[in-house]
Design a protein around this ligand. Structure first.
Ligand SMILES: Nc1ncnc2c1ncn2[C@@H]1O[C@H](COP(=O)(O)OP(=O)(O)O)[C@@H](O)[C@H]1O
Ligand SMILES: [Mg+2]
Length: 411
């Protein structure tokens, strides 16, 4: 008879001392009792399932034991408190910060009271580099919730080569240090969700939409809540994947979708225009600025853009992000968010160079960044450009005051 080996440590084991899963029809899942202990999963016997009977295996299923794996429920938090935290670390973005604070506070309430029939999930709409990813990190880190950040464009539906949605959960599981209970309370942040927009009817008929809509459907299943098997070898196509036998219940995760949704203002305009015409104001209405339309974005516009209605129907909150203004960028330079300047000054100091950036220089940097149009990302770019020659050329023990004139030459 074939020697069983543990999928984790690859040591030989026997049926009496292992957890054996037949959930994956392609491959028997085996975990030896040492690894089981390590995974903090206890097991109990159940009546043999059909697959197990066929293989003559005594079927054993994992039961996530609250006593051992029980990650303590994070304390509920008042949205106002979370908003205060976000205000300290995220410049501007009042609308989105409020939406996020409510979403996360609702998520925590729902963990404590599973009967709450509210959808905490969130859609963030806004241009690049203005704090979508940043604010999720701030909230998750403050609350000690495990989180995973993924670009939707890297996802494929299961069966296609590339990361599929299961991989996301495996990464979340890893972030929760293998504590499945903790992982199940986590946050999944899916960036570039606009790139999943389904194609127009014609493109779909031509079969060119394997990425977008199929991935949305796969995500919908997870958002609705399912028991998803967690793969533990993440490389290679999903067909060759080994499963750890651990499943994650996805019904309590918090989902945050984000994207720039370029051109969505046209859809808003159309919708509002139709409305205005129908009540007779169409002719007199002035053409609004595209950005001015963003606060008016609704779930319907996202559906019109190509997000499937079932998925949108599951998302309770919508947060709109604005492009960062000069003052926001200045706030960020002055330390709201990541300690950008401080890090560069520290770096210089570690090379024995004392650098001073007067206020006028910071203002100049903020104005330059504004022109680049990539939000706060531009600050990273400009600072690394500005500091490179300083770090490379200044003698140890020297001191530099960086003026706007100097920067003009450098940038
Ligand atoms: N509103 C903001 N407040 C503070 N820092 C920000 C803000 N927006 C962006 N940043 C900084 O810029 C970097 C890139 O922002 P990010 O959140 O990744 O942008 P995106 O909106 O594209 O997800 C972050 O790491 C953060 O340092
Ligand atoms: Mg981002």
């Amino acid at each position: 008879m074939e020697q069983l080996r543990c999928n984790f440590c690859h040591e030989p084991t026997d049926r009496e001392h292992a957890y054996i899963s037949d959930l994956n029809p392609r491959r028997l899942g085996v975990i030896c009792h040492h690894c089981l202990d390590a995974l903090m999963i206890t097991h109990e016997r159940r009546p043999a399932g059909p697959g197990a009977a066929a293989m003559g295996a005594p079927a054993v299923v994992p039961r996530k034991l609250a006593q051992h794996t029980g990650a303590a429920l994070p304390e509920p938090i008042h949205p106002q408190r979370l908003l205060e935290v976000l205000n300290q670390k995220v410049a501007g973005q009042h609308h989105a910060k409020e939406a996020l604070a409510v979403a996360v506070a609702t998520h925590l309430q729902r963990l404590h009271n599973p009967d709450l029939k509210v959808n905490p999930h969130l859609f963030l709409v806004g241009p690049t580099g203005v704090g979508k990813t940043h604010m999720i990190k701030v909230a998750a880190q403050y609350l000690g919730l495990p989180y995973v950040i993924a670009g939707a464009t890297s996802l494929t539906a299961a069966g296609y080569v590339g990361d599929d949605v299961e991989t996301l959960l495996a990464r979340l599981f890893a972030r929760a240090e293998g504590n499945i209970k903790k992982a199940e309370m986590g946050i999944v942040f899916l960036d570039e969700a606009d790139k999943l927009a389904r194609k127009s009817g014609r493109q779909r008929a031509e079969g060119r939409d394997v990425g977008g809509e199929a991935v949305q459907q796969a995500l919908l299943k997870l958002v609705e809540g399912t028991e998803a098997p967690i793969p533990h070898n993440l490389s290679g196509p999903s067909g060759s994947r080994e499963y750890s036998g651990v499943t994650m219940n996805t019904s309590r995760l918090l989902w945050v979708f984000a994207g720039a949704f370029e051109g969505i203002e046209e859809l808003v305009k159309e919708r509002l225009g139709v409305y205005e015409r129908s009540i007779g104001f169409g002719a007199s209405a002035q053409a609004p600025e595209p950005r001015a339309l963003y606060p008016q974005i609704t779930h319907d516009d996202l559906v019109e853009y190509g997000i499937i209605p079932e998925l949108i129907g599951r998302i309770g909150n919508l947060g709109i992000l604005e492009p960062l203004g000069r003052d926001d960028l200045l706030h960020i330079l002055n330390g709201t968010g990541e300690p950008l300047i401080k890090s560069y000054l520290e770096l210089a100091r570690s090379f024995q160079v004392e650098v001073e950036l007067p206020r006028t220089t910071l203002e100049f940097l903020a104005e330059q960044a504004l022109e680049l149009g990539t939000g706060a990302r531009a600050l990273h770019t400009l600072l690394s450009k500005a500091f490179r020659p300083i770090l490379a050329r200044q003698k140890p023990g020297s001191k530099v005051v960086v003026t706007p004139q100097m920067l003009r030459g450098l940038l």
